[in-house]
Design a protein around this ligand. Structure first.
Ligand SMILES: Nc1ncnc2c1ncn2[C@@H]1O[C@H](COP(=O)(O)OP(=O)(O)O)[C@@H](O)[C@H]1O
Ligand SMILES: N[C@@H](CCC(=O)OP(=O)(O)O)C(=O)O
Length: 375
C-alpha cells in the first residue's frame, strides 16, 4: 500500500539512492555479489521505467579489507585510505558488471567535502552529474577517501548523499542500510518501536540514535542528520533496509519516511553549511553580527575584532559573536596573516592606506551562510 506522501518516491523522476557498507560486503571484507546484484536488479528496473538514478555507494573500505588480509576496519586514516583505494576499484568493477546485465553503464564520481565547497569545483561536479544522467549513465558516487583528510572528511556517506540529492535536484533520497527503519532505540532491544514517519525534530525528541555496525561508520546519527539536510532542502527521505529497496522505491509503507520541510536554499550555501568546518574564526562585534545575521550584509573589516586560525583566501571560516558562539560561516577573501592589519578599519581607509585591492569586504554576503544554532 502506498501513502500520498510516499507517492513522491513512487513517482520521482530523479532519485538518489545511498547504500551503506554493511549492505554490500561480507563480514570477511569481500563484496557480497548476491546483495549487489539484488540491489542493482531494483535500481535497473526503476531506471528502465524512466527514472534517473544516482547511486551513492559506501563499501570501499569494507571491500578492501579482504584483499588486504585485514580482519577488521583499520583505525588509522592511512590504512583506511589504502583499503579504500583497493576496495573502490573492486566495488565499481562489481557494479559495472552487475548493471551490464541490463545493458546499463555506470560512471564513477569521487567527491571530497573540500572540493564541493569551492564554487568552481562544485559547479563542475553538478555539471558532470547532470551530463552523466543525460547520457543515460548511472553515476556511482563515493567520497574520495584516498585524499580526504580527517578534518575535511565526511567519513560516512549519509550526509554526502543528502548534499548530492540537493546538488542534482533529486525528487527524493533513499537511504538503504542493514536496519529496516529508524527505531526509538537500539533495534535489538525488545520492544523497540519503528517510526513510520518523521515530520520534524519533535518526532525525534525521544529517539536514541545509536552507533553503526562493525563496517558502517555513522550509525543513525548521520542518517538523521542527512534526513534533516535533505528535508530542509525540500527533498523527502525514506530510510530502510537494502532488502526492502523495491518496496521503498514503490512508495510502500516500509522503513521511516522523513517528510520534506523546507524550500531549496542556494545549493552552494548548503554545502558550505553542512559539508565544511571552519578553518579559522573571525570574532565579530555586536554590530557586525546584527549586520550579517539580521540584515544579511557582507562582513566588513570594521566589524571584526579578532582572528584565529591559519587559513588562506577562499577558505571557509566561522563567524563568531561576542560570546564566541558560531553564528555563520563564510568564504573569506583574505589570508589569515593579512587580516590583523585590516581589523576595525573602514574599507575606504584601507584603500587609501594599502591600495584599492583592499577596498573589499572580508566576506561577500553571497558567500555567507547563517548557521541555525537552535539545534
Ligand atoms: N535508533 C536506531 N534505529 C535503528 N537503528 C539504529 C538505531 N540506533 C543505532 N542503530 C544501528 O545503526 C546501524 C546502521 O548504521 P551503519 O552501520 O552506519 O549503517 P550503514 O553502513 O548502512 O551506513 C544499524 O545496524 C543499527 O543497529
Ligand atoms: N567512503 C567510505 C564510506 C564509509 C562508511 O562506512 O560509510 P557507511 O557504510 O555509509 O556508514 C567507504 O566507501 O568505505
Amino acid at each position: 500500500m502506498t501513502t500520498p506522501a510516499r507517492d513522491r518516491i513512487r513517482t520521482a523522476s530523479r532519485l538518489v539512492v545511498k547504500v551503506g557498507s554493511s549492505s554490500l560486503t561480507t563480514p570477511q571484507g569481500m563484496i557480497d555479489v548476491d546483495r549487489v546484484d539484488a540491489l542493482v536488479d531494483v535500481l535497473a528496473a526503476r531506471r528502465k521505467a524512466g527514472t534517473q538514478i544516482v547511486l551513492v555507494s559506501s563499501g570501499a573500505i569494507a571491500a578492501g579489507l579482504g584483499p588486504l588480509g585485514l580482519s577488521a576496519r583499520p583505525r588509522d586514516l592511512a590504512t583506511q585510505q589504502a583499503a579504500a583505494s583497493v576496495g573502490q576499484g573492486v566495488l565499481v568493477a562489481r557494479y559495472t558488471s552487475s548493471f551490464a546485465r541490463y545493458g546499463l553503464r555506470v560512471g564513477q564520481v569521487l567527491l571530497t567535502a573540500d572540493d564541493m565547497m569551492r564554487r568552481a569545483h562544485h559547479v563542475n561536479a553538478q555539471r558532470t552529474l547532470h551530463r552523466l544522467l543525460e547520457l543515460d549513465i548511472v553515476p556511482i558516487v563515493n567520497e574520495n577517501d584516498t585524499v580526504a583528510t580527517d578534518e575535511i572528511r565526511f567519513g560516512d556517506n549519509d550526509r554526502l548523499a543528502a548534499l548530492v540529492a540537493h546538488l542534482t535536484r533529486a525528487d527524493a533520497l533513499v537511504l538503504l542500510s542493514d536496519v529496516d527503519a529508524l527505531y526509538d532505540g537500539d533495534p535489538r532491544r525488545p520492544g523497540a518501536r519503528r517510526l513510520t514517519d518523521v515530520r520534524g525534530p519533535e518526532d525525534l525528541a525521544e529517539v536514541e540514535l545509536g552507533k553503526g555496525g562493525a563496517v558502517g561508520t555513522g550509525g543513525m546519527v548521520t542518517k538523521v542528520q542527512a534526513a534533516r539536510i535533505a528535508t530542509g532542502a525540500g527533498v523527502p527521505v525514506v530510510l530502510t533496509a537494502a532488502a526492502h529497496a523495491a518496496q521503498a522505491l514503490a512508495g510502500a509503507d516500509v522503513g521511516t519516511y522523513f517528510h520534506p520541510a523546507g524550500r531549496h536554499p542556494g545549493t552552494r550555501l548548503l554545502w558550505l553549511a553542512h559539508a565544511t568546518t571552519g578553518r579559522g574564526r573571525l570574532l565579530l562585534d555586536p554590530g557586525a553580527v546584527e549586520a550579517v545575521v539580521g540584515r544579511r550584509k557582507s562582513l566588513l573589516p570594521a566589524g571584526v575584532v579578532g582572528v584565529e586560525g591559519d587559513f588562506a583566501a577562499g577558505d571557509p571560516v566561522d563567524l563568531c559573536g561576542p560570546l564566541g558562539e558560531v553564528v555563520a560561516r563564510g568564504l573569506v577573501n583574505f589570508d589569515a596573516a593579512e587580516i590583523p592589519d585590516l581589523l576595525g578599519r573602514s574599507t575606504r581607509e584601507l584603500a587609501s592606506a594599502l591600495g584599492p585591492e583592499y577596498e573589499r569586504e572580508l566576506i561577500h554576503r553571497d558567500d555567507i551562510v547563517i548557521l541555525d544554532t537552535t539545534n
